[in-house]
Design a protein around this ligand. Sequence first.
Ligand code: UAH
Length: 393
Amino acid sequence: MTKLCREVWIEVNLDAIKKNLRAIRYHITKKSKIMAVVKANAYGHGSVEVARHALEHGASELAVASVEEGIVLRKAGITAPILVLGFTALSCVKKSAVWNITLSAFQVSWIKKANRILEKEAGSGRLAIHIIVDTGMGRLGVRTEEDLLAIVKAVRLSKYLSWEGIFTHFSTADEEDTTLTKLQHDKFISFLRFLKNQDIELPTVHMSNTAAAIAFPEFSADMIRLGIGLYGLYPSAYIKQLNLVKLTPALSLKARIAYVKTMRTEPRTISYGATYIAEPDEVIATLPIGYADGYSRALSNCGFVLHRGRRVPVVGRVTMDMIMVSLGESEGKQGEEVVIYGHQKGAEIPVDEVAEMLNTINYEVVSTLSRRIPRFYIRDGEIFKVSTPVMYV
Ligand code: UAH
């Protein structure tokens, strides 16, 4: 294993990602393609490695949140279609065409200006477009048939744009009450029917995120956009308990104990604010992870890590780069491995549990893991690649 100077790391199990892709593949409509959503550094897992692996194991397209995220993938040699799911400023249209990155669009004025930009910048290439339809997410997209027809016509008239997709996004597909999801689906289908009635041939149609792909496989259309499920996490407790697809979490967060002491002398205060006072003879271990790594300060005095397969509590405040945990009266050794998220000797700290403690969702817990933590990629049961923000020796 690569020697780390600061001994905290993420293990990304690519075999789990392959399993998750397979599980979803069997669940959705046969003809539907899978777009792997690798935005936000693949939800913290590392976009280049996850994208490459997903493309090798059943995904055929990728989605990101910005042109910059797409360029990272292109620079790594990835040639599959890449769609930017969000809004892109017109100033980045040329760059998108040059790097062959597909943009999402929903405004006629934007389409016309984008075409003019590309007309002036001869040689930039054509820009592929997916049209967003807002059926109830209330974020981006056309909301009326009139606006949809206008943008479709504008794209089709644009010499430098090509219309390659149309999609909507569900806002409550992870919830037990399916009323709004069904309404959004029906609305989207009626928009599509409206276009067909105008003799307009549809490009790739997609609507489902992980939740919809699991709960409504019949909505899979030409393609699904698989995000959280790719990483082995469920979009909600409700979707998990449906028990329709077995997912395997891909990410573990681990560290080695930096220092161990027995609290024999006064004061026995721990960390900023002295919010924890250790018992005499309590054993305290210091770990090299903090809130700048994405380990939330809200876990101060309430998080847990696994030491020798046993849960031990975070004591005192989480600092920027370190935390302290209490080993109680047990012994601990400098350099011993602890698990912050994941499994150790039959025990587990699931990301879902951490999310619940933080009153947030698993998406936030993994996607906020800092890029300064090295990622170790495991394939066929073995570490095959280490991605580090700086070179470790
Ligand atoms: C437009 C859009 C998103 O913003 C996100 C996703 C992926 O969602 P999950 O992570 O819940 O699968 C799809 N589409």
